[in-house]
Design a protein around this ligand. Structure first.
Ligand SMILES: Cc1cc2nc3c(=O)[nH]c(=O)nc-3n(C[C@H](O)[C@H](O)[C@H](O)COP(=O)(O)OP(=O)(O)OC[C@H]3O[C@@H](n4cnc5c(N)ncnc54)[C@H](O)[C@@H]3O)c2cc1C
Length: 521
């Protein structure tokens, strides 16, 4: 993973000429005056951990699994939001952990947490490092140091219960490795977020992730039937049946807790049979409203495709909905819907029934071209962000969700807020997760960088968070809370809600060492 950007540097994507022209002419983007810092220029804080603490940590996991070198510290600094990348490109390594610790078992995690609590060392659980909400930045104040607890060594498929279609799997497995191991048993999770190449299963559970095929396979939190969690107070082992009426479901307290309540060391997940057939195709609708109505019909009355996405007019025109095919803007493109069907023999019939519904609601079939193009380029868009930043454009994404009846208001509120803060940015939106009762809205914003692009974006982000809360949306459908959404989350759940969470944290983590400052203040 590129330390100051996204993904495999070999896959870096140059901006096509029409897009560069568009940035210059439409948004006034100019090349930044200061070049990005090199790896060697990153400024790190002096490592704070005492030799005594380091030696204790080494005693628990072995000397090879405690790293305090610059390379490890830089690669575990923050996540992959645009502000995170801007700070790294400016050589700001001030949030680097003092050391990176790689435990090899649940017992080692427990021991590490006890040692860190005793020495008041903050602990940041680290999966794939793809958080985009500031979930990997611990508050240092009041602590003797910060360690990143990298779960990469907890990477086994522990067991497969083919009868129940449940697997036990460790949290440090990255999604592609997990899919490879499951494929050997003819199984899949069906969880394909855009961060698929790097994110881990523990991170998916801790941040309540949702993948591009969520209509068919569900959100990641829907897949979790059980969890084992290490806390400074001991072990929580949750989930012994598919559903239960035995009181409140404590699994839900851990899902979305972003490392603030405990470290997930094992997951029991519902799996599906790997699909034998896949069909992806495109549809055109005259407007976002018409497309939304069609998605709602499918979500409420069926048949529901496995993948169902709708781009608004701007996103369709710019072509970011098909990152492999960016060839410049296309006027009057309407709104693109991608419908994907995965499964076995029933797929063709399902597709036929969905096609009848879409056509009946004004959709024009575009055939498999746009669908296959989307499937082929589905992980490429994040690579463009690095090129855009280098070009002098800020590009960032944000997301929310709401009930169908409130979706137009939410859509307008976000766009208005971004325009008020940023002048005339390019704001694109798509719906990619649908439910009977509502859907998510996912926005991509591109704007010319000001003299202080970080402050420019942070101001816009504060305003848009407030706009989302005021318009009745949730502050996150799938990115989580981290530090960046903490205030808006508090506004969403109210003072009593925050008190409940503080109570849980106080019980599980009395010294407050777990990801301090993330989720709740
Ligand atoms: C380019 C890009 C595209 C993205 N696309 C999507 C998308 O399509 N859908 C989506 O849902 N998200 C997406 N994300 C966001 C991100 O990938 C998800 O939030 C993902 O769940 C994070 O997984 P991770 O393994 O990288 O976790 P990390 O970033 O390492 O950690 C995320 C949070 O969980 C905590 N944590 C990690 N592992 C554990 C554990 N084992 N126990 C307890 N706490 C833990 C961390 O402390 C942190 O607070 C995207 C991010 C990027 C950069």
């Amino acid at each position: 993973m590129l330390w100051s950007g996204w993904g495999d540097p070999a896959k870096a994507a140059a901006l096509p000429a029409p897009i560069r022209g568009l940035l210059r002419d439409m948004l006034g983007v100019r090349a930044p005056e200061t070049p990005a810092a090199s790896f060697g220029e990153v400024r790190l804080p002096v490592a704070a951990l005492s030799p005594l603490v380091l030696s204790e940590l080494r005693g628990i996991v072995g000397a090879d699994h405690v790293r305090a070198d610059d390379d490890a510290r830089i690669r575990h600094t923050r996540g992959k939001s645009t502000p995170d990348l801007m700070r790294m490109r400016a050589g700001d390594g001030s949030d680097a952990p003092d050391a990176v610790v790689l435990p090899g078992s649940h017992a080692e995690v427990l021991e590490l947490l006890r040692a860190c609590a005793a020495h008041r060392v903050a602990v940041v659980p680290f999966g794939g490092g793809t958080s985009v909400v500031g979930g990997l930045v611990a508050a240092r104040q009041g602590f003797a140091g910060v360690v990143a607890l990298d779960l990469a060594r907890l990477n086994r498929l522990v067991s497969v219960d083919a009868e129940s279609m449940v697997v036990e799997i460790e949290p440090g497995l990255r999604a592609p490795q997990a899919e490879r191991l499951l494929a050997e048993h003819g199984l899949t999770l069906g969880h394909f977020p855009q961060s698929f190449e790097y994110a881990t299963l523990g991170g998916f559970a801790a941040a309540r992730s949702s993948g591009q095929a969520s209509a068919g396979y569900g959100r990641f939190d829907d897949m979790v039937v059980g969890l084992t969690v290490a806390t400074p107070r001991g072990t929580l082992d949750l989930g012994r049946a598919p559903k239960s009426a035995a009181g409140p479901d404590l699994r839900q307290v851990i899902l979305g807790s972003e490392g603030a309540f405990g470290v997930i060391t094992s997951l029991r997940l519902r799996v599906r049979r790997a699909p034998a057939e896949r069909i992806y195709e495109g549809w055109r609708f005259a407007s976002f409203a018409a497309g939304s109505a069609a998605l709602r019909r499918l979500a409420q009355d069926g048949p529901l495709p496995t993948v169902l996405r709708l781009s608004d007019e701007t996103e369709t025109m710019i072509g970011l909905a098909r990152p492999g095919e960016i060839g410049g803007p296309v006027a009057d493109a309407g709104c693109l819907v991608i419908a994907g069907f995965e499964g076995s023999s029933e797929v063709a019939a399902l597709r036929e029934r969905a096609a009848t519904v879409l056509a009946g609601l004004g959709g024009v079939p575009l055939g498999p071209g746009p669908g296959e193009s989307w499937a082929h380029g589905r992980y490429s868009a994040p690579y463009l962000r690095d090129s855009l930043l280098a070009e002098g454009a800020t590009v960032e994404t944000l997301e929310t969700a709401g009930f169908w009846s409130n979706l137009p208001r939410l859509y307008d509120a976000v766009r208005l807020s971004l325009h008020a803060s940023l002048g005339s940015p390019l704001v694109m939106c798509h719906v990619s997760h649908v439910y009977g009762t509502g859907a998510s809205l996912y926005f991509t914003v591109v704007t010319a960088q000001s003299a202080d692009p970080l402050a420019q974006w942070e101001g816009a982000k504060r305003s848009v968070n407030e706009a989302i809360v005021a318009a009745g949306g949730t502050i996150s459908h799938h990115h989580g809370v981290g530090r960046d959404h903490r205030e808006a989350y508090a506004a969403e759940i109210g003072d009593l809600g925050v008190e409940i969470l503080r109570g849980v944290k106080g019980r599980l983590d009395p010294e407050g060492i777990l990801n301090p400052g993330v989720l709740i203040a």
